[in-house]
Design a protein around this ligand. Structure first.
Ligand code: C2E
Ligand code: CA
Ligand code: CA
Ligand code: CA
Length: 278
């Protein structure tokens, strides 16, 4: 028994040291990637549930890795958050997305743009100044920008964040709660933080049409959003059935593979040209 216990512990130690080594490798590699412009942005459409016209686009980070191909955030966001690299990464994504968004406006096909920010970034004292600087430098219209905040870590100081958010809201920037219904204290935010939009997490949408409870949950979120004057976006819509239920229960906006997956900017432009435009 004793030996068994020891070998189990030994196994765990090996496991965690491999993880530590992997993380160090990712960190070093990500630092290099940021300097060498390997970070790029993919764009996923947001759709009007009734007309299926495009009403916005979400920017999602991608890493064009020289040997491992195109990496998604699952491969690097955690390490970025733990090491603080999320700050230069987030700023890179914001700048690239605003530059691209500005080009679309200049071409006469401007579209509201959403960019993800982690609570880590929001909590930086100079966050507001950095975002305003990117807006100014890229010339992207601030009132067409929405920041989607994910609750991967609990907010240390929601009251303090009001001071961060306020000047951005004054400039017209909107705020969304990402992955609503998961993570930390979504409901607690509502009273304290001035958000504009809920994004209902995919886990509730994927159960639509399968389990009645999911329909009820989504309906309840919609009702709450309506009475609190929030916009709602349903995430991860993959089937026609999910789309028709969402339309039925009055969800205005949706996103998901059914309509369009995240795409490189040039692909997005082509896809959009072939799509019903609004
Ligand atoms: P998210 O903000 O909730 O973004 C939605 C994720 O679901 C994206 O994954 C998207 O590709 C995926 N998705 C969209 N439609 C569907 C669908 O119909 N079915 C399924 N199964 N998945 C769908 P992605 O691009 O891998 O991003 C994962 C997460 O990484 C994002 O989740 C967001 O929290 C984070 N992230 C991405 N880019 C950034 C960034 O620039 N900064 C920060 N802080 N986080 C980011
Ligand atoms: Ca998001
Ligand atoms: Ca989400
Ligand atoms: Ca998510």
């Amino acid at each position: 028994k004793r030996a068994g216990g020891n070998s189990l512990r030994f196994y765990q130690d090996v496991e965690s040291s491999i993880q530590v080594r992997d993380r160090l490798l990712v960190e070093t590699d990500l630092r290099r990637a940021l300097l060498q412009d390997e970070i790029t942005v993919y764009y996923q459409p947001k759709i009007d549930c009734c007309t299926t016209g495009i009403v916005g686009v979400e920017a999602l980070a991608r890493w064009k890795h020289p040997t491992n191909g195109l990496l998604t955030p699952a491969d690097f966001i955690d390490v970025a958050e733990e090491t603080g690299l999320i700050l230069p990464l987030g700023e890179t994504v914001l700048r690239l997305a605003c530059q691209q968004g500005r080009i679309w406006f200049d071409e006469g096909c401007g579209i509201p743009l959403a960019v993800n920010v982690s609570v880590r970034e929001l909590e930086q004292p100079n966050f507001t100044a950095r975002v305003l600087k990117v807006i100014e430098e890229t010339g992207f219209p601030a009132d067409q920008l929405e920041l989607e905040v994910t609750e991967t870590v609990a907010m240390a100081d929601p009251e303090g964040l009001q001071n961060t958010i306020h000047p951005l809201r004054e400039a017209g920037v909107r705020f969304a709660i990402d992955d609503f219904g998961t993570g930390y204290s979504s409901l607690a935010y509502l009273q304290r933080l001035p958000f504009d939009t809920f994004k209902i997490d995919r886990s509730f949408i994927s159960g639509l049409g399968v389990e009645d409870s999911n329909r009820l949950i989504v309906q309840t979120i919609l009702a709450m959003a309506q009475s609190l004057n929030f916009d709602v976006v349903a995430e991860g819509v993959e089937t026609l059935e999910q789309h028709s239920i969402l339309r039925e229960i009055g969800c205005a906006t949706a996103q998901g593979y059914l309509f369009g997956a995240p795409m490189a900017a040039d692909m997005f432009a082509i896809w959009r040209a072939g799509f019903s435009c609004t």
